[in-house]
Design a protein around this ligand. Structure first.
Ligand code: ZN
Length: 143
């Protein structure tokens, strides 16, 4: 188990740009505000999206393309460092007009409207590196 202690830093609420990619907008906001570690949450609506699901045996992501408008019922994730750059890791629950949901790792999404909260965490750097067991870039001890 890896445990890191942080202090609460700044908290940002942002209404993201219509038509932009949601992951790119969160990364841009983090970069603009100098955020290296944060908890991310959000709600809104996307005009299209791509989720992925990790095949734990094959160590590969499979893609789920959604080419119609959906509610961004819930976005949760975090920001930490990958190759010394702020990296956004987000999961989402997306709902259609009948209330059915799809959920997974949020690869991309075109914003119709999105309100996000970034809660900055202050302390030692939290970095990702390749994990041999899962094949994922997971949080790791500093090298
Ligand atoms: Zn994920």
């Amino acid at each position: 188990m890896l445990i890191k202690d942080f202090r609460q830093g700044r908290v940002f609420l942002a209404s993201l740009d219509h038509g932009a990619d949601i992951i790119g907008q969160i990364a841009y906001l983090a970069d603009k505000k100098g955020i290296r570690t944060a908890v991310v949450s959000g709600i809104g609506a996307l005009s299209r999206a791509e989720l992925s699901c990790y095949d734990q045996a094959a160590h590969k992501y499979s893609s789920i393309r959604i080419d119609h408008p959906v509610e961004l019922a819930s976005l949760s994730g975090n920001i930490s460092l990958l190759d010394e750059k702020a990296f956004v890791h987000a999961h989402a629950v997306l709902g259609d007009e009948s209330g059915r949901t799809l959920a997974g790792h949020l690869t991309s999404g075109t914003i119709f409207a999105a309100e996000v909260c970034l809660q900055e965490l202050l302390g030692l750097s939290l970095s990702r590196s390749a994990d041999p067991v899962t094949g994922l870039n997971l949080w790791s001890e500093q090298k």
